[in-house]
Design a protein around this ligand. Sequence first.
Ligand code: SAM
Length: 176
Amino acid sequence: MKTVAVAALVIVAVSSVFPALYGGVSSPTSMRRARALLRAAGVQPGETVVDLGAGDGRIILTAAKEFGARAVGVEIDPLRFALCRVRIALHRLAHRVEMQWANFFDVDLTDADVVTFFLSQAAADKLAPKLKAELKPGARVVSHQRPLPGWTPWRVDREHDLYVYRQAANSAGDKN
Ligand SMILES: C[S@@+](CC[C@H](N)C(=O)[O-])C[C@H]1O[C@@H](n2cnc3c(N)ncnc32)[C@H](O)[C@@H]1O
């Protein structure tokens, strides 16, 4: 019994420490806001949506189920990563939803049509130049709560506290 309790404590501690160390906040977006976020990005069927810090997978699952997207979740916390894998299997969406157990600062974003995140301001600050350098022209970024320094919002949804950005055709990420 004592071993089980210690194991549970270790698991909870690891699950709390990872997000705090790498990207800050760890509470999920509400389902209402998750849908609003995907609508604000104008997600189209077949597009690739990448959620940086996928949490319990609600954004990637909603993107695939309700918007017909291909979705990729990146999650550093092994527990949340495992939970997402289970949920993807339960929803039978493995053909359209992929999980990566990784630090999103190390993940190549050049194939993304839409990038979403709900992170600390420090993480958003650090992501801003990476997004500018890697995203293709026309790709959209939706951030819940955190503005992206150096980017001009394309839309701001005050009701849901969303900042929407669009990579310009002449950006650093433009490969044309
Ligand atoms: C506030 S939650 C958001 C979860 C989900 N995107 C949502 O909106 O419901 C932030 C998530 O980002 C993860 N995270 C933080 N920093 C990360 C990093 N550098 N790489 C990958 N995941 C990270 C945390 O573990 C946590 O699950």
